[in-house]
Ligand binder design. Structure first.
Ligand code: BG6
Length: 508
């Protein structure tokens, strides 16, 4: 993780495979621009874009510049005007290479281009290869880079950034890891989960380990259960083809939701060193009790109204089969079997076309042990909650009981709130700045190690298998604009619990 006073990374060539893709335009180059604004780009660098379509460097640069302003800020930070003093050094460093990802000639040409850039800009042999392509190319590119001798350089570092999806089940994740590890060492590989680029996700560690208050109650003695929600109001939009092959479980759970679980449930590391943190996360995944299909619920959205707008059912979306059984919602119950968490369920849910966009980790504390207030027996008191809001209204809220003013001893649930935007000025960011900076400086804290990725797939594997072999009943089973299928409520009702309402931080 980056220190508060950061220094620019060393000189480096950044090679983007998939240079004409969405990710490059929407996130990677805008993040580089934001790094330039904060003085955190390498002092000397080259930006080499590779893709299979015919495009000149001029055209590539022009296309990216066209939509840059629109992308440099996501969220509430005001979109700044693009300033030439930051854009020019990036534009000058850009060079486009047309090439087929599977053709050895592409890598021979890349080798020449890299050598030329290195000589001209004195990059010390350092290169970062960014796989911003469809996942079917990951293994091919890594193998070709290795065979062309590009994964090692005596003078500098060679690193690889791999985007999600990292495999589509345990077997394919293992095969991909094995393929990458044949070409380079684990410490050269940076597997991105963009949720770890979110400030509020990184803040979970600060909350837990920079304060003396929370850690002593962060366990089975005081915590009743944890609810993790990543609710999206968007549908699958133009990604029907991808989604039909993926579904909500693969798309969100072993990666994004499990990162939230790991941040919440991991043991304190002995240091903030990448290996120490990653070891604790891997240990946590090892402690998850094997799931069965009964621990999970799936759903698919029907047509409905989302924030006043009529939207179609999943089965009516472009490139989706009219009888598709792919899930757009998943809820599950995880048990972590270790001394800290034994007996404390972690309930997870995520879905598309829910009522609002809202992500949070809600920790419910146990009730007081004794009914002191006779008008309100202990079992009727509202529970205490600590809610970590990830998006869109980033903050922390503590809900507890207070006495309502007046002669009677009447209790009411109240909340204390900390909102990020009240304390910290938001710099324009796309959420990839820290991740890219960390790769450039070789800090792997926020990236997934091979064992972590495989452990996460291992956890969801029984559910994936179970779902493959059974046709879901009653699909579609939730209307767009609602909080998901009723079956998700039954999952908690079985344990005598219920979900929190999905809503924005305002209100009670
Ligand atoms: C992506 C998923 O990884 O994360 C998308 O493929 C999902 O389906 C997205 O919408 C959510 O990320 P964010 O940052 O918009 O919450």
């Amino acid at each position: 993780m980056t220190p508060s006073h950061k220094a620019p990374p060393p000189p480096c060539a950044i090679v983007i495979f998939g240079a004409n893709g969405d990710l490059t335009r929407r996130l990677i180059v805008p993040a580089l621009y934001n790094l330039a604004r904060t003085g955190l780009l390498p002092p000397r660098f080259a930006l080499i874009g590779i893709d299979h379509n015919d495009r000149s460097t001029e055209e590539w640069r022009g296309k990216i510049r066209e939509s840059l302003a629109q992308h440099v800020s996501k969220g509430e930070g005001a979109a700044p005007e693009i300033e030439d003093r930051y854009w020019q050094p990036i534009a000058e460093a850009m060079t486009f290479l047309k090439g087929d990802f599977g053709a050895p000639e592409t890598y021979a040409a890349l080798k020449l281009r890299l050598a030329a850039c290195d000589k001209e800009r004195e990059l010390g042999g350092n290169a970062l290869f960014y796989l911003a392509t469809a996942d079917r190319f990951f293994a091919t590119i890594a193998r070709n880079l290795g065979e062309a001798g590009l994964t090692r350089d005596d003078r500098g570092f060679r690193r690889l950034i791999v985007e999600k999806p990292f495999g589509h089940d345990l077997e394919s994740a293992k095969a991909l890891n094995a393929c990458l590890l044949r070409q380079m060492k684990e410490e050269q590989i940076f597997r991105i989960d963009h949720f770890l680029g979110k400030e509020t996700v990184q803040n979970i560690m600060a909350l837990r380990f920079a304060n003396g208050l929370f850690e002593p109650i962060w366990n089975r003695d005081r915590i009743d259960h944890v609810q993790i929600t990543v609710s999206e109001s968007i549908g699958v939009g133009t990604r029907g083809k991808f989604y039909e092959a993926t579904g909500a479980l693969r798309d969100m759970v072993p990666n994004h939701l499990f990162q939230l679980v790991a941040m919440t449930a991991m043991e304190p590391p002995v240091s903030f060193d990448a290996e120490d943190i990653r070891a604790k996360k891997a240990e946590m995944f090892k402690a998850v009790h094997p799931l069965t299909p009964a621990d999970a619920v799936r759903g698919q959205y029907d047509s409905g109204m989302v924030q006043g707008e009529a939207v179609p059912a999943y089965r009516q979306e472009p490139n989706v089969a009219p009888d598709s059984n792919v899930e757009t919602y998943v809820a599950m119950r995880l048990m972590i079997e270790n001394w800290r968490w034994a007996g404390v369920p972690f309930y997870l849910r995520t879905g598309k076309r829910l009522n609002i966009r809202s992500s949070e980790i809600a920790i419910r504390f146990k009730r007081p042990p004794y009914a002191l207030f006779h008008e309100t027996p202990a079992e009727e008191l509202d529970a205490d909650w600590l809610i970590l809001r990830i998006q869109p209204d980033e903050g922390i809220r503590l809900r507890f009981n207070a006495k309502r003013p007046g002669p009677a001893m009447a209790l009411e649930s109240v909340s204390m709130r900390f909102n990020y935007k009240d304390y910290f000025k938001q710099a324009p960011a796309v959420g990839y700045e820290t991740l890219i900076y960390d790769c450039l400086t070789g800090d792997a804290t926020l990236f997934q190690r091979a064992d972590q990725v495989e452990a996460a797939w291992g956890v969801v594997e029984p559910v994936l298998k179970g779902w493959q072999n059974t046709v879901p009943r009653h699909f579609p089973n939730y209307a767009a604009g609602t909080e998901g299928p009723n079956a998700a409520n039954d999952l908690l009702a079985r344990d005598g619990r219920s979900w929190r309402a999905i809503r924005i931080l305002g209100g009670k």
